[in-house]
Every structure is written in C-alpha cells, then in structure tokens.
Design a protein around this ligand. Structure first.
Ligand SMILES: [Zn+2]
Length: 364
C-alpha cells in the first residue's frame, strides 16, 4: 500500500511524468521493433495509457501529448534498428525440399547469395547459386534459371498487388540446358541503380520430356523450383545500393507511417473512449450526489451558510460536503467534475471545495 501511494505521488512530479513518458516510448519502440506493428498496439496502450492512468496521470490533454511525442520519437529510434537490420547481409539460401519437387530430399539450388551485399548505386552485383541437376525429380532436367531483382519484396513480375506497378524490376534469365554436373555454380551479373533496398528471388525451370509410344507423341512438362526464404515476403533482402545514411532515409517514411498508423490510431481511439467514459461517469456521480442531497430530510439541518451559526450536530460533515459539491463544473474547462476529486479529471485544474461552479439542479 505505501509503495503504491509513493509511486502515485512520484507521478505527480515532473520527474515522475518524464519517467512515465520514457517507459511509454521505450515500450513502443522495443515492441514495434522486436514484435512488429500489431503487437505494438496492445503494449503501447498498456504503457502509454493504462499505466499513467493507473498511477494517477489522467489529464486527457497530457496523455494525448505523451502519445504523440512517443509516436514521433519512436519512429527515428525504430528506424535506426531497421536500418542496421537491412545493412546486415542476408544468409545464403537453398531451395525448398519439402514440396515434393526433389527425388532425393536434398535442395536442387543451394548457397544462393548476392555479392557484394552493400555497394554503390550503378555497380554490378553477382547473384550466384549452386545447381544440382541430380537432385531433380525423375526425368526432369534443368531448362532455365532466373533471378528476379526488385525493390518490391517478393515480386516475380513488374506489377505486384503489394507494390502497385512502376517499381524497378530486373528479371534476368539464362539457359541451363547444358548443365549436367552436380553441383554447377551459376552466376548472374546485374547492374543496380541506387540508392535502393533490393530484394530478390531465384527460380529454376526444369522440364521433363516423355515419349508416349501408343499415341506416338512427346509430352513436355515443366516445374518451377524457387528459393525457400524464411520470411513473409518469400524474398531475399539485398543488395543495398547506397550508404547507411541513404538507407536510413529510404526506410524512415514507411517506418513513421507504420508507427503512426497501427499503435497511433488505436491509442487515440482508446483515449477518446476514455474521455467519453470518464465524462459520463462524472455526470452520473454528480447526479447521484445531487439526488442523495435532495433526500436529506430538512430536520438534519440547512447548509451552514444559511443559518449563519454552527452546523447542527446531527448533520455529518461528509453529507454536507457531498451536498455542497454535488453538482459542479470545472471553473477552467467546464467539464462536470466528481464531487470528491481534488483535481479536474479533464484539464487537471485544482478544485477547491468552493471553487466549483454550481450547475442547474437536475441538469444532465
Ligand atoms: Zn477542467
């Protein structure tokens, strides 16, 4: 109990409010970076709204300022982490082995990389892969190998439902019909303009030609084998054209939009709901106190001011206090305020017992 009391006293100080703000900022930035935009919604609601309100920092205008400041400051912090992540070279990738496209259970494409991972815009980048024809399903042989390099993660065409159209897209293919040794290294050289953050995917088109003797005709079937990339895009990140600073700049707008959009909108909606509920609660409390006061029989005494003397002994101080402050509004912002609060719940203005502006009886 004393601990909670001292915590609540600390929150009323400037230092306490700064600590609460830093907790909200750190929680928002860390949860957005490590858990993603959706998980940042509940964590930011808890740390940016729930915790301050629980500890007694309840003024909606202050909470709104806390929220917008945390959202605006979190974007450059999160973007620092995202840039560092983007500048870290992606590991080599293999093709999938669990989709029934291999006879041996081993990947047909292995060790796929882009080098250098980070280079100047306009320079040539090498995309290499080790091709294992002997791991192809029975009767299949290599036909074409393609690399798709794009600024749209996972794109294998020049228009994607996730990126629209008009983004840079470089599909480069080569014939691999003569490849027979396992493994055979295959390299693509692609010039990429900068500054950009690129993504790529590689696909082997294999074919099988069978002869149907009874129908006296050949039948050719094709099968695509792509790299199995362990992320939501199904694409390998890289190369990065440009510098750390240009990459930071490229990522910042989207980072800021994502933070303002997901945790931001929900935070302000929750704050609106809080203000609505708080205002309704205050009105109900005021009405209840007013009706309680009306039910006091006249014999228990009139307010001390009307008699001019000492209050009658039968009137308890709590009852007269509630009656006197039953229906009041904040002198500063006009919100209906609680009968027993020291500060206005909405604007934080101090409420002395006589400072409240009386409302009309029965007003809602
Ligand atoms: Zn007020």
């Amino acid at each position: 109990m004393p601990r909670a009391v001292s915590l609540k006293a600390l929150v009323q100080t400037r230092a306490g409010k700064i600590v609460l703000f830093l907790i909200a900022l750190a929680t928002l930035a860390a949860s957005f970076f490590y858990l993603g935009p959706y998980f940042a919604i509940p964590t930011f609601l808890l740390a940016g709204l729930g915790l301050p309100i629980y500890l007694g920092w309840k003024v909606p205008k202050h909470l709104a300022i806390l929220g917008i400041a945390a959202l605006l400051l979190a974007a450059p912090i999160v973007n620092y982490g995202l840039t560092s992540e983007a500048m870290t070279p992606s590991p080599a990738v293999n093709s999938s082995t669990d989709h029934g496209n291999t006879s041996t259970g081993a990947p047909v494409l292995t060790n796929a990389t882009a080098t250098p991972y980070n280079g100047a815009g306009g320079s040539a980048f090498a995309f290499t892969v080790d091709l294992y024809p002997n791991r192809l399903p029975t009767n299949y042989t290599p036909y074409q190998l393609w690399v798709y390099v794009s600024t749209c993660p996972g794109a294998t065409g020049n228009s994607s439902p996730f990126c629209g159209s008009g983004y840079p897209f470089y599909p480069v293919g080569q014939n691999v019909t003569t490849v027979s040794a396992s493994p055979t290294p295959v390299t693509f050289h692609v010039n990429l303009p900068g500054p950009n953050i690129w993504w790529w995917q590689m696909g082997l088109l294999a074919r099988a030609t069978t002869f149907n003797a009874s129908a006296n005709k050949t039948n050719t079937t094709y099968q695509w084998i792509f790299l199995a990339v362990p992320n939501a895009y199904g694409a390998v990140q890289g190369p990065i054209t440009g510098t750390w600073a240009t990459t930071y700049q490229l990522l910042l707008p989207q980072t800021a939009i994502d933070i303002l959009f997901y945790p931001g909108i929900v935070f302000f909606l929750a704050l609106l709901v809080y203000v609505f509920l708080k205002s309704r609660e205050a009105r109900r409390k005021a009405q209840r106190a007013a009706s309680d006061a009306e039910m006091i029989p006249p014999t228990t005494g009139a307010p001390p001011s009307s008699t001019g003397g000492t209050p009658p002994p039968s009137a308890s101080p709590a009852v007269t206090g509630a009656a006197r402050r039953a229906e009041s509004s904040c002198p500063k912002c006009g919100a209906v305020v609680y009968p027993d609060e020291k500060n206005c719940w909405k604007c934080g203005a101090p409420l002395s017992p006589g400072a409240g502006t009386p409302l009309k009886s029965g007003g809602s």
